[in-house]
Ligand binder design. Structure first.
Ligand code: PEP
Ligand code: MG
Length: 755
């Protein structure tokens, strides 16, 4: 059973579209458990009915035509109960409904299992037998496993255009949004530009071409070059190859010379797809044959075919093409989008960012926020490969995406975008006013920054300094460690742009989801692994070069504050301080006029919360990093879309932890700021004021909203609200309570835009 299951899942995952996926399911399941009929019904919310989408055994004409309204028939019983229904004599069940159109007879044996994705019933998988048959437990479990494993693939295919298949090319299709997570606020309109990692075949999108013969020539040249690569590789290995290795090389050469590989790909190019997309489909077709083989050795050959595909692709990607031209309004779309991918697009053409992975606190979202670009992340159901060039609406406030929206949806969004512009214009009036509460307390509002474009004065939104300068971004967009001088120049620009206002420079915080291509780290649990200060303490040569660059950059400015990330115990602070002092002394000894900056630590690991009384006296200030603190406190990966609904810094446990930090630090006479994304959420900002936090640092685009909160809530009122919130037991009630308060205060529009 297990082998059958694996093969079905593989075949379905390689299916071209929903129709093919469902046909594979019904055919294979029918064979596997030897039934007379296997059918899939999918629920269509638009029709409020289960539609027969695939069948092996009933009249194929009924596909797409026969439906059962919600509540009707045994299929609805399975949908309602969300449980398998196993009946040896279905017609005697009170909810049984005979459907003549399917050409059915009175089938007796019935087994239906729900297809559930993210708690939602997507449909029902049904097996039927003419004779009376009660299905065996193993068979029920088999169907359940198939349904559970395939629900994601079905949801993905369905998301491409409703359950009627990929209908987005049809004019006038009423578009339904794909729901993800808010990444960065705002509404973006533009054309999808799909970005994919190099030499990753499965990530290649379809792309229309006009010069077919030119594309065929590009493909043939790449194929020839890949053949040359294999020959050269074999030649270079020479005598060290065993007979078996030679056989492998021969197999590669054979595959690369196989007329079917070449001809099928050319055929696909002639059908209008570009070479990479055509190659992807040909390789998928070839691997499918191997994947289906019983023999494990032969099955593994599928990997060789994929490898051949990757080699041709690598050559295709090396083919000089015109520099990528971005449309006037480009929405970057990718499985994952890195800082360097973002940096490639001219900012004035970037209208939105859309990713399959990630959550509101992953770094792509943080970057998008700091650039003021609407973003939707965690769109696990996005058919990335099929939307290049399509019109998109990115609703970064609610976390939804429209593909090829209808005119009506577009109109509604244009209205909404205008409303948001008005709100932004209203908030802009606060821009140059200091952030002072009605009872006269100044809460400096700082900006979080990381890209050089962040320091563009037109973007700074009245920030009173930089509360978090993430130094890793300049590291991430290079292909080697930046030199001391390169770093010094970057830091100098930031420090100078804001002087005399303070700039808090955080030392390198890579690891987790921030990887350097030239310093790969492979770990099972990167967020619990080698991250932040752990890496820099293990590599003092990298740390001290950075510290030298930072200290030298600040000469004569006096506005530097230094921040250490990911502190989890006092030993790390002591060791880091020793290195900072040593570097400072060395520079002084070399005649550099450096001064010792204020030094702070990030509180973002739960262990630090319980050691504030030991940590605080060692440093000058503390900064709570709510992004990581929330992920570590709640055990919710900040990048995992599947659990993203559990990720919320307003969780009562996070609030209590933060209060403990503030209270203990104040007892030690140390100021506490907040530099995680929570500081940019208007509702949360009220609570942070109530806790007694002394400054807030957020993405520049969030600052006007937070300033509005500071202007409208006295510290006394914020404390009262904090008390009310602390009496609530769950995140949802807290969010609702705070939204109500913002509405009452006349800031209802922030409730939508503040997400
Ligand atoms: C944080 O963890 O809250 C933080 C500000 O740092 P980063 O998002 O860069 O991990
Ligand atoms: Mg962090």
């Amino acid at each position: 059973m297990l082998a059958t299951l694996r093969r079905i899942v593989q075949e379905v995952n390689a299916a071209r579209d929903l129709e093919q996926a469902l046909t594979i399911i019904v055919t294979r399941v029918k064979q596997a458990i030897k039934v007379d009929v296997c059918t899939v019904y999918l629920f269509d919310p638009a029709q409020d009915a289960y539609i027969l989408m695939a069948t092996d055994g009933l009249n194929p004409e009924s596909i797409g035509r026969v439906s059962l309204a919600r509540g009707e028939g045994l299929v609805s019983v399975v949908g309602e109960t969300e449980e398998p229904l196993n009946l040896d004599d279905a017609p005697i069940h009170p909810r049984y409904r005979f459907i003549a159109e399917t050409g059915e007879v009175y089938y007796h044996g019935f087994l239906g299992v729900p297809i559930i994705h993210h708690r939602r019933v997507m449909g029902v998988l049904v097996a039927r037998q003419y004779d009376k048959r009660r299905f065996h437990d193993d068979e029920v479990a088999f169907l359940l496993t198939i349904a559970a494993q395939l629900s994601g693939a079905i949801a993905l295919a369905a998301a491409s255009g409703g359950i009627r298949g990929f209908a987005a090319d049809q004019e006038g299709v009423e578009s339904r949004p794909i729901v993800g997570l808010p990444g960065a606020p705002g509404i973006g309109f533009g054309a999808a530009v799909v970005i994919y990692p190099p030499a990753d075949l499965s990530a290649i999108p379809d792309r229309q071409i006009s010069d077919v013969e030119g594309e065929v020539a590009v493909f043939q040249a790449a194929l020839e070059a890949a053949r040359g690569d294999i020959r050269a590789l074999e030649h270079r290995m020479g005598d060290s190859l065993t007979a078996e290795d030679h056989a492998l090389f021969n197999a590669y050469t054979l595959m690369l010379s196989s007329p079917s590989l070449e001809n099928q790909t050319i055929e696909r190019i002639r059908a209008g797809n570009w070479a990479a997309g055509a190659l992807r489909d040909t390789i998928a077709e070839h691997t499918r044959v191997f994947d289906l083989m019983e023999d494990a050795y032969l099955r593994e050959r599928a990997e060789d075919v994929r490898d051949v595909g990757r080699r041709i692709l690598a050559r295709l990607e090396n083919t000089p093409r015109d520099e990528r031209k971005y449309p006037e309004r480009a929405v970057l779309v990718g499985d994952e989008i890195t800082a360097s991918m973002l940096a490639e697009v001219p900012l004035d053409r970037l209208a939105g960012v859309v990713t399959v992975r990630g959550s509101g606190s992953s770094h792509v979202a943080i970057l998008a926020r700091s650039l003021g670009i609407p973003a939707v992340v965690g769109l696990s159901e996005l058919p990335v490969g099929r939307i290049d060039g399509r019109e998109l609406i990115v609703d970064g406030d609610s976390g939804t995406l429209f593909i090829s929206p209808s005119a009506k949806v577009r109109e509604e969004y244009l209205l909404l975008a205008r409303e948001e512009e008005r709100l932004a214009a209203g908030l802009a009036e606060l821009r140059d006013l200091p952030a002072i509460t009605p009872d006269g307390i100044h809460i400096p509002l700082y900006a979080n920054a990381g890209l050089l474009s962040d320091i563009n004065p037109s973007l700074h939104q009245g920030a009173e300094g930089i509360g978090l300068y993430r130094t890793e971004f300049p590291f991430m967009i290079r292909n080697r460690f930046p030199s001391e001088e390169e770093q010094r120049q970057i830091y100098r620009q930031v420090l100078e742009a804001y002087a005399p206002l303070p700039v808090t420079v955080r030392t390198l915080d890579v690891g987790g989801d921030k990887m350097l291509s030239y310093f790969p780290i492979h770990e099972e649990n990167p967020f619990l692994g080698w991250r932040g200060i752990r890496i820099t303490l293990d590599h003092p040569e990298i740390f001290s070069v950075q510290l030298r660059a930072i200290l030298r950059a600040s000469i004569g400015l006096g506005n530097l504050r230094l921040l250490l990330p990911m502190i989890s115990d006092v030993g790390e602070v002591d060791q880091a301080l020793r290195i900072v002092r040593r570097v400072h002394q060395e520079l002084c000894g070399q005649g550099e006029a450096v001064t010792m900056p204020e030094i702070g630590i990030m509180i973002e690991v739960p262990s630090a919360i319980y050691q504030i009384d030991s940590l605080a006296p060692r440093v000058d200030f503390l900064s709570i990093g709510t992004n990581d603190l929330t992920q570590y406190m709640l055990a919710v990966d900040r990048n995992n879309a599947r659990v993203a609904s559990l990720y919320d810094s307003l969780h009562p446990a996070v609030l209590r932890a933060m209060m403990q930090v503030v209270v203990t630090a104040q007892r030690c006479g140390r100021a506490v700021g907040v530099c995680g994304e929570m500081a940019g959420d208007p509702a949360s900002a009220i609570l942070l004021l109530g806790m007694g936090v002394s400054n807030l640092s957020a993405s520049v685009t969030s600052l006007p909203r937070v300033k509005w909160v500071i202007h409208n809530f006295s510290i006394g009122r914020a404390r009262d609200i904090l008390d009310e919130v602390l009496a609530l037991e769950d995140t949802r009630s807290i969010r609702r309570h705070l939204d109500g308060i913002l509405q009452q205060a006349g800031l209802g529009s922030l409730v939508r835009a503040g997400r």
